[in-house]
Structures are given as structure tokens and as C-alpha cells.
Ligand binder design. Structure first.
Ligand code: ZN
Length: 368
């Protein structure tokens, strides 16, 4: 049995949301209004636990104690360095090969248990910016105005951590998906559910990307997926809903005044596609009118794509794994993706091997 690390999904603020928050913060500073109190790691983890618990209440097939297996913390590069401008957070997950596809270790209690038999450490990783302009809003009382709400970001990332995002990525100018096991490439659960309007699968059971992306739109369980015009944004394209009323939109705006954003029926269909059952969700149609559509017409800086934090994150996980996280009794069964990809080069997955290895070098550049 095998676990592998999936590259993560960076969460951008919308251009309009970012401008709104920056403007409000400048005004507040000029008039001497204090920002939100500084967020500590301890408080961050507490809020994450409560968001996880609320999500589990709506989607009871998720593992109740799943939050314990997610490593939650800050990434001080976010918002602070040019290549991470407007990136509020990111997440990665570990996946287990389960019935022919890679499944997030945190999808269900059963899969979590299987994963813990192999690996008893963290099965997901989540990082947020230390402080957006004006600080993180996390109060559940009072009206939030022109701030980013911590709960919104955490809930968005939980959806990725439990398995909602594609593994399609560009490597050496070719789109690839999935990861190999014993030399054979397997896609992840979400990948095999992506279909075009005629119902044809985008990714087949051997990871082949079968349809040019410009022949979209593409859907999962009837939900149209976000694509950014002609360009493929790794970690963003095909990993989010195109519906502006959904929670899992490609980028997130400033807070709604009255409270955290809710999971909608659209998000519920995405959960359903990976076997997670939810009930009592808000109608996306009802929520759409009050959510200003996080439309991002502006091009994202190309460096954000090339040096996206999820790449370095996945990598640093892998490097950590080599150093310290191999459980001694099970080392033969346990390999981190980077190691594994280094050995399991097949024709189908050679591109990903080369790219993964070269990314390791990128990381050492980044951390200098
Ligand atoms: Zn996302």
C-alpha cells in the first residue's frame, strides 16, 4: 500500500476583494483604527478545528477527527513576497491508492484508517498568510467589513484537502495527471470524474489527458469547472466551480458582513463526486445574488504560477519525509512521492518524474 503527496492549491484573493480590503485598511490606518488582533498559531488551529467540525456536521461521512491529521500553520511568504501577491493560503493532501484511483486520506473514516495503518503522521498540510491587510477577521459576532474572513479560507482549503482538486499539471509543456505506483500511472478520484458536455472523460484510467482543454467546458457531477480563458493555471483551473454562488470558487473576495460563507448545493455535488455525502446545504442560486462575483479579469503574475507555493510545499513535504518521517517499522511500504517518482519512471510518467526532481532544486533556491 502506498501514500503519495498531491500538489496543493493556492487560494488567491480576487482583484476587487483585494483592492477593497487594501483601501479600507489604508483608511483605517489614517484614522487610527486598530487592525484585528494578531492571529496566533494556537488560535488558527482552534478555528480550523471548529470549521472542520462544522463541515463534518453537514458532511458526516468525513472523518470526524480528521482535523487532527492536518498540519496547520502560517506561510510568511504569502502576501509578503512578489510571487505570492494576493495568495491567502494553500493546502496539500496525502492520497492512498484505493480501488484503482488515488483517494485523499481524509475523504472518509475508512480511508483515514487505512492510511493511518501506513503512516501515522499528518495527512494534509494547510498554510495561510500571517496577516492580510487589516488582519484576519474571525469573530463570529458583529458585522465584518472589508476584511478577509479566516473561516472562508479554511473551509475552501478543507474541500481541497479531502480530495476536491485535479492533479492535472503542466510538465515540460505537456499536461499530465495522476501518479505512478509500481510503474503504472493512476489518476485521483476527482480526475476520473471530469467530463466534457458529451460525457467523455477528460482523464482516463491510465492518466492520459484525452481532450484538449480548449474543447471545454468540463464538468464534475454536473458542476461546470473553472477555466481561465485559454490558459491553464495549475492548482486553480479545473479544481474549482465556475458557479459564482459556490463556496469553491477560484478566488475569494472580502468577507460577507453577516457571517462565514456557506457550503452550497454546488459544493455538495463536488463532494458527492468523491464519495462524500452532505445534507442541508445552502442553495447556490440563493447565495449568488449577495456574493459579488469574484471575477478575475486581470492576468495573474506569471511568477505566481511558476513559483506557486503548492509546488514548494509539496516538495518540502517530500524532503521532510526523506529526513524524518519514515516510520521505521514500515519503511518498505512507505515512500514519499518524490522518492517514489524518482524510481518509478515509466513512459507515461517520465515527464512528472523529471519535473518533480527539478522542483527539488527550485525549493533550495527559494529557501535561500
Ligand atoms: Zn482553491
Amino acid at each position: 500500500m502506498q501514500l503519495q503527496q498531491v500538489e496543493g492549491n493556492a487560494l488567491f484573493a480576487t482583484t476587487s476583494g483585494w483592492q477593497e480590503v487594501v483601501y479600507a485598511n489604508t483608511q483605517a490606518e489614517l484614522s487610527g483604527v486598530a487592525p484585528e488582533p494578531e492571529l496566533s498559531v494556537k488560535e488558527l488551529r482552534g478555528v480550523f478545528k471548529s470549521v472542520w467540525t462544522d463541515t463534518h456536521r453537514l458532511c458526516p461521512t468525513l472523518p470526524k477527527e480528521g482535523h487532527r491529521y492536518v498540519d496547520v500553520g502560517f506561510d510568511t511568504r504569502l502576501l509578503a513576497e512578489d510571487q505570492y501577491a494576493r495568495v491567502l493560503g494553500w493546502a496539500t493532501r496525502s492520497e492512498i491508492l484505493f480501488q484503482g484511483t488515488w483517494t485523499s486520506a481524509l475523504t472518509s473514516q475508512t480511508v483515514l484508517q487505512e492510511s493511518l495503518n501506513i503512516h501515522t503522521h499528518y495527512l494534509g498540510k494547510l498554510r495561510v498568510a500571517k496577516a492580510p491587510p487589516g488582519g484576519w477577521w474571525r469573530s463570529t459576532e458583529g458585522l465584518c467589513r472589508s476584511k478577509f474572513r479566516l473561516q472562508d479560507i479554511l473551509l475552501h482549503e478543507i474541500m481541497h484537502i479531502v480530495g476536491i482538486s485535479t492533479t492535472i499539471r503542466r510538465e515540460n509543456e505537456v499536461l499530465v495527471a495522476g501518479s505512478p505506483f509500481h510503474g503504472i500511472c493512476f489518476p485521483s478520484d476527482f480526475d476520473v470524474n471530469i467530463r466534457n458536455a458529451s460525457g467523455y472523460r477528460l482523464v482516463d484510467h491510465r492518466c492520459e489527458v484525452q481532450i484538449p482543454l480548449e474543447k471545454g467546458p468540463f464538468y464534475v457531477n454536473g458542476v461546470e469547472l473553472y477555466q481561465h480563458e485559454e490558459q491553464f493555471f495549475q492548482g486553480t483551473s479545473l479544481s474549482h466551480s465556475a458557479n459564482p454562488g459556490a463556496l469553491l470558487t477560484a478566488s475569494v473576495g472580502a468577507c460577507l458582513p453577516e457571517g462565514p460563507r456557506n457550503l452550497t448545493d454546488i459544493d455538495g455535488k463536488l463532494f458527492e463526486s468523491i464519495g462524500v455525502a452532505c445534507a442541508g446545504l445552502t442553495s447556490a442560486e440563493a447565495s449568488a445574488w449577495r456574493v459579488s462575483y469574484p471575477q478575475d479579469d486581470e492576468e495573474r503574475p506569471s511568477t505566481a504560477q511558476n513559483l506557486s507555493p503548492e509546488k514548494s510545499a509539496a516538495q518540502s513535504e517530500a524532503v521532510d519525509g526523506v529526513d524524518s518521517e519514515t516510520p521505521p517499522a514500515r519503511s518498505a511500504a512507505w515512500r514519499r512521492s518524490t522518492e517514489w517518482w524518482g524510481f518509478a519512471a515509466t513512459a507515461a510518467c517520465l515527464a512528472s518524474t523529471l519535473s518533480t526532481l527539478s522542483r527539488r532544486d527550485d525549493l533550495s533556491q527559494l529557501s535561500k
